[in-house]
Design a protein around this ligand. Structure first.
Ligand SMILES: O=P(O)(O)OC[C@@H](O)[C@@H](O)c1c[nH]c2ccccc12
Length: 262
């Protein structure tokens, strides 16, 4: 079984268990549910935007522990003051070591910055959870979802005022998953089925296939500022980066260094 299939199987069980504890109706009354969202599209298209979507990531199935020494609050605040256009916080626990509490702490510490709930979304319940956590953006992974599911989850996100980052890895995933509920497309350079690639070729390959009406984001394996320069040339406006920052002792400083050399 691929790593993605393993994660999805575990996620479905987890969501069923969560649903039995708190109803959707109850979730709608909790936390940040009523707050107005920030727009990722607007943040990425502002002329002065750094375009960096900076991720808090403790560990991953492909890399093992990346950094378990720093708190989510210190890292995300440092990212925001270094100029991150958006913060990405993982909430998956078994495979990435993130939690819902991480997300909420980051939200409280960074009220003015757009935030992406990074998880494997398989059910409408998680979209409502994301809103209650204070998310502005949700991730929908084309390799994990049918076009009908993407439409259902993306439309729900939009109706709650959130945006969707649609993640694709190849042309087939892209063409079957687009819809008017998608305004931002992320090309994951890493293949989630085998965690193989370590370069940004997928972004270069798919750049011209993404409709001009969508904002382009390149995700994963961005190891230095020169790659950002190159991807800008392909029309990319967003750059989702975790490991390059998190593997250092000062991820916010690492982001600043990227910007100063960009
Ligand atoms: O740490 P990196 O290589 O900079 O990658 C960040 C981000 O793109 C990656 O964490 C990611 C992209 N899509 C995902 C889906 C689920 C979990 C994680 C991811």
């Amino acid at each position: 079984m691929s790593i993605l299939a393993t994660i999805l199987e575990s996620k479905r069980k987890e969501v069923a268990e969560r649903k039995s504890r708190i109803s959707i109706h109850a979730l709608e009354k909790t936390g940040f549910f009523a707050r107005n969202c920030h727009s990722l599209s607007m943040s990425l298209t502002q002329p002065a935007s750094t375009g960096i979507i900076a991720e808090f990531k403790r560990k991953s199935p492909s890399k093992g522990v990346i950094n378990d020494r720093l708190t989510v609050k210190e890292v995300t605040q440092a990212y925001a003051s270094a100029g991150a256009a958006c913060l990405s916080v993982l909430t998956d626990t078994p495979f990435f070591g993130g939690t819902d509490q991480d997300f909420e702490e980051a939200r409280r510490a960074n009220p003015h910055t757009p935030m992406l709930r990074k998880d494997f979304m398989v059910d409408e319940y998680q979209i409502v959870e994301a809103k209650a956590m204070g998310a502005d953006v949700i991730l929908l992974i084309a390799a994990a979802l049918s076009p009908q599911e993407i439409k259902k989850l993306g439309s729900l996100a939009r109706s709650l005022g959130m945006e969707t980052l649609l993640e694709v890895h190849d042309e087939e995933e892209l063409s079957r998953s687009l819809g008017d509920y998608i305004s931002v497309v992320g090309v994951n350079n890493r293949n989630l089925k085998n965690f193989a690639e370590q370069n940004v070729e997928a972004s270069k390959r798919l750049a011209e296939k993404i409709p001009a009406t969508c904002i382009k984001v390149s995700e994963s394996c961005i190891s230095g500022p020169s790659i950002i320069q190159e991807l800008r040339g392909y029309g990319y406006k967003g750059f989702l980066i975790g490991e390059s920052f998190m593997k250092t002792d000062a991820p916010g400083k690492a982001l600043l260094d990227f910007l100063n050399q960009d």
